[in-house]
Design a protein around this ligand. Sequence first.
Ligand code: NDP
Ligand code: MG
Length: 390
Amino acid sequence: MRRISIFGATGSIGQNTLDLIGRDREAYQIVALTGGQNVAQLAADAKRFNAELAVTADPARLADLRSALAGTGIEAAAGPSALLDAASRPADWVMSCIVGSAGLAPGLRALEQGASLALANKESMVCAGPLMLATARAHDATILPVDSEHSAVFQALIGEDIATVERVIITASGGAFRDWPLADLAKATPEQAAQHPNWDMGQRITIDSASMFNKALELIETKEFFQIDPSRIEAVVHPESMIHALVGFTDGALMAHVGPPDMRHAIGFALHYPDRKSLPVERLDLVALGQFTFRSADETRWPALRLARGVMATGGLSGAVFNAAKERALDGFIDKRIGFQQIASVVEEVLSRVSAQQGHIDADITLDNVMNADHLARVRADEIMTELEG
Ligand code: NDP
Ligand code: MG
């Protein structure tokens, strides 16, 4: 039996992962499941899958978790250090699907155990790509991409020589506002931004899709994961979300990965890697689909993409600053402190203020330095949002 842990089990990716595992229950032993606020879901899944341990990130929810698990023999724990302890338990395969930079430390700890880390938490690569890769190398661990675009690129690269890659194109649906006139974006609400045209995902990544910050993170993730020069990485809007990424080779060939917008493909690919097994995803009828369309990813409409180019050029801790600033600005938008278009202006201003402070961007990429940069960026983002409100 393969020993499996899921960090972020109560979320959209976590639930899709459990859906796949539940179809072949006998093949897996669940070590740890973790969640945040949704303790009822966490306890129900821990019982259904007979997990050894359930952890909520929020210590205030521990009493609820304990009482929900009373008499089951399943251990309950809470808080960031309990998440790290859970990640220290030996497991063969670990799903990293906490949302935000909170997923970084548990993922690193799982790599230190030599686990295969299925990485949905793109923030880990954006904040600390070199540290993630070095930790995996040092502990003979594997990182498998779960983000659909990166899973697509990974699959297109199997058996290929990376030196023959001319370009990587990742697609974007364009999100909730792709057809809105630019002039209307200032009035866009969080409720409207949380409606994705094609994918069913967590609230935060869905809003990030509307602002294109999700694609911005993914450009950086592509650079870090595959060690590809940023000049070779492109984003293109593909409203149907059927082609997830394309890899162009030096002979002019473009290999496209095509499939329905269902995360169980990428999760299942990572779960069974290096094998391919049957997965419960829709089989596409190309004639019924009729056509695939593409539009340019306009950096005026979506300044997040321009900011990502700057982050890729600067490197160092700028990814950590960019991500944390975005996380805080997104909180500000959800709480209606700032407007939709101000998300990007807050992030840009945080990058400029933090860069102006000597040593904050070019320090070594260690976990401590990343978390310090993350903290500093959040403080700056709060300052800037207060200035905007005043
Ligand atoms: P969700 O918001 O649906 O789930 C997030 C998970 O993280 C939940 O289990 C949540 O707990 C937990 N969580 C939230 N905050 C914290 C914290 N501070 N500490 C520990 N745990 C926390 O997100 P998604 O499943 O949509 O996304 C998860 C990750 O996967 C993100 O990095 C996202 O970018 C990435 N991803 C998601 C895709 C998708 O289709 N959803 C596609 C590609 C990548 P609770 O809900 O109990 O509070
Ligand atoms: Mg993606």
